[in-house]
Design a protein around this ligand. Sequence first.
Ligand SMILES: Cc1ncc(COP(=O)(O)O)c(C=O)c1O
Length: 479
Amino acid sequence: MKTLLIPLDINATKPLYLQVADYITEAARNGQLKPDQKLPPSRTLADQNKVHRSTIINAYQELKARGVLASRPGSGSYIEKGLSENTVSIQKMPKGDVIQTDELIGEIRRMHWAEGVISLGYGPPSDELMPVEDFDRSRQRVLRRDGKKTANYEHPQGYYPLRQAICADLIKQGIQADPEDILITAGALEGVSLVSRALAAPGDSVLTELPQYFGNWTNFFYLGLKVRGFDLLESGPDWHSLETQLQDSANRPRFAFVTADHQNPLGTCWTMPARHQFLKLLNKYDLPVVEDATYRDLTYDGLPHTPLRALDTDVIYIGTFSHSLMPGLRIGFVLCNGRLREHIERLKAISSGPGETLNQRALADFLATGEYERHLERIIPVYRGRRDALLNAMQAYFPTDLRWTHPSGGFFVWIWLPENISAIDLFYRLLKKGITIAPANIFYPGPCPQNAFRLAFSPYPEDVLTRAVMEIGHLLKSR
Ligand SMILES: Cc1ncc(COP(=O)(O)O)c(C=O)c1O
């Protein structure tokens, strides 16, 4: 094979052999190194990278322990099969009791684009609330100012004035951040993937709330992580369930991943005492915390709570402009300190390179000129009205033996049916009427309640939501 040059940092606290092992693990996962590809002998790789041979021998041992490398006696070391994200077999997806989860996720997504369907199973922001003209003015200003620079590569960490503008915005939430600690990503999802890859290796565990947004848990799953779930109450974690997971010392999780604000799919928001108690507990177990702040700017009742990151500067914070502004921008960010930020920047450089240029610059302008804040002031009352319309219609038209959450923000309501009613069954019956819902199955990597589902109120005006709820209520009453 050609020379394999590995970016190594001799000043890093992470030992050199682990830097080598992590680099090769990542290259095998993203397809840069192919299944069955032979790696150079340890002496050759050591010479190529100007390190001692023992560094490479230790790295190869670590890679074998991770299941990334296999040695063939007398022949050398080879990349194991089935590691690349692109080649992971769909057959490995855990099967739900009733239907394969991945098929269901695909069907719900596809139906959103089908003519005449009311898609309450999928929760994008509303088309009508996209500030396309206002944002275009920012684009035009930036094009006039920066000209051909807007067509070239952007800084690997993201456009500096955008990182500054994000920090200025975060201060309003009580988060003191330095632009040097921000990495711009392609939406929150890329942030979730990069942070997970930096903190854990295939076979490790992640601790997270279940149900969990399918984009997040499938991300963990396809990275080879085991998902260890704890339950949520409307006020925050179910402490018994969380402590049970924390006390189980077999395959201790590498990090905890949580959404304290307007969780997807439950729509719950943790109280302040729950936030403090959670951080204290996780600190006791010395577990890194990753906060998914996707719906942070979409609070409809009262003032937003203080984010976990504002209470503890070790918390890794993932933000995005997808829901509060426009998902088509594909701009999110990760806020984390020091070596971890450098590490995820390297991972991003390997997998997707620097982010898109023009939109980052336009977003910096949109934030700095106060347009983003004015946009939030316009959309929050609209989403609040849609949330109220959905809840009022459910109260009026759903049978009295159903229960649901009361979200103070975000896009979703979670509904429990009586135990003897299957949400999958309801999904297929509603599909015939041109309505989609999201059954609980898609929010769990394993066994799940069969009698719960999620409704999104974000994409439609109030009258459409009311009509759809009437239809669902009618079907449920005719059971
Ligand atoms: C909780 C949560 N995290 C992350 C994402 C992904 O966001 P993005 O489009 O910015 O990648 C979503 C999308 O719906 C989400 O609901």
